[in-house]
Design a protein around this ligand. Structure first.
Ligand SMILES: Cc1ncc(COP(=O)(O)O)c(C=O)c1O
Length: 349
């Protein structure tokens, strides 16, 4: 190592976010292997070409992928390219695009979000209808896209039928369906289905396919499943500052994940750790699980003293302003021992 000091304990893992985890060793190896020599930039390299092929294998022959740096970028680029200037995007009020992107969809893409309360993070056709019905005169922000996250921000997962019903409704109304798949792999692991079975095959138009939360240093892909759903996406990506010049390194990372089973193995592991954590917390006196644990997030209501004890050793998010509900997130590198250690402290007292 050249002049780099280890500033943290490499054996300590928190439960704050799947983003807190490091880079999977296979991804670091892939980066090293892609290094050396020259390759053209801006997507015109052999790694990007192979990635295009791999994405077609996952999502079908129509699929075209556009790597971007991060999940916010994927959402902004996709929604910009899907929404006309006068359009609006229907989202659950818990949507990351609404609560956690500093207004990027509004400020960068210039589009309006129409939020709907969705108690478990999942939109339904009835909830969508509550904003689309009767609102189509010139005064109303014209709904153009329905945007959902799979898995949702509350750790729940849509079934293929649920997404299919949203797609059918959207298309019937002349809208498009966008899936923020920052955790699409965790959803696939939960459903036990290939990626296309709950995207392409049920009528999803565009997916933001995650990478960062599943072991990359950075990188997601906007995957267009129906070319008619977007306009000018390559230009939108560039003008949104989401086109990597050294594109081979974005593609090489994504290949390490998706050209093989690493994406699924890592997501299965993270989900399994969340299930183990949830099962243990459910036994803690005074504790209650708030949402179904279907992906890699555990939402729990815990006694204040328990939260305070856990906080001394681990970082995690308060999910309610009073701190009575917390979010504990598992990652590809969370170990059974990490879970056991946290549960042991949770059971004390
Ligand atoms: C559902 C969802 N979408 C998108 C993102 C955005 O990711 P990033 O922080 O890489 O912009 C996140 C990150 O937490 C997320 O949870």
């Amino acid at each position: 190592m050249i002049g780099v000091v280890q500033l943290h304990d490499p054996d300590h893992r928190d439960f704050g976010s799947d983003n807190y985890a490091g880079v999977h060793p296979a991804v670091l190896t892939a980066l090293a292997e892609a290094n050396g020599g020259h390759q053209r930039g801006y997507g015109d390299d052999v790694y990007s070409a192979r990635l295009a092929q791999v994405l077609r294998e996952h999502f079908g022959a129509q699929a075209v992928g556009y790597p971007v740096f991060n999940g916010t970028g994927a959402n902004v680029v996709a929604l910009s390219a899907m929404t006309p200037r006068w359009g609006s995007v229907v989202v659950p009020s818990s949507a990351h695009v609404h609560t956690d992107e500093a207004g990027a969809p509004e400020r960068m893409a210039g589009l309006k979000l129409l939020t709907v309360e969705a108690p478990d993070g999942r939109l339904t056709p009835d909830l969508v209808a509550s904003v689309t019905a009767g609102g189509h005169d010139v005064h109303f922000p014209q709904p153009s896209v329905v945007a959902v996250a799979q898995a949702t921000e509350l750790g729940t997962v849509y079934t293929p039928d649920q997404l299919g019903a949203l797609a059918e409704q959207a298309h019937g109304l002349g809208l498009r369906l966008y899936v923020d798949g920052a955790r699409l792999a965790n959803a696939a692991a939960h459903l036990g289905l290939p990626l296309r079975a709950f995207t392409t095959d049920v009528g999803v138009d565009v997916v933001g396919l995650g990478g960062t939360k599943n072991g990359l240093m950075f990188g997601e892909v906007v995957v267009v499943l129906d070319p008619g759903a977007v306009d000018g996406l390559p230009y939108v990506r560039k003008m949104s500052a989401q086109l990597a010049s050294k594109s081979r390194f974005a593609a090489a990372q994504l290949l390490a994940l998706y050209d093989g089973d690493l994406w699924l193995d890592s997501a299965r592991h993270a989900n399994a750790m969340a299930r183990r954590l949830a099962a243990g917390l459910a036994e803690v006196p005074g504790a209650r699980l708030v949402h179904e644990v279907q992906a890699n997030a555990v939402f729990a209501a815990l006694p204040a003293a328990t939260v305070a004890r856990l906080r001394e050793r681990w970082a995690f998010y308060d999910w309610t302003p009073d701190g009575s509900q917390v979010r504990l997130m598992c990652a590809w590198d969370t170990t059974e021992q990490d879970v056991a250690d946290l549960l042991a402290v949770a059971r004390e007292g």
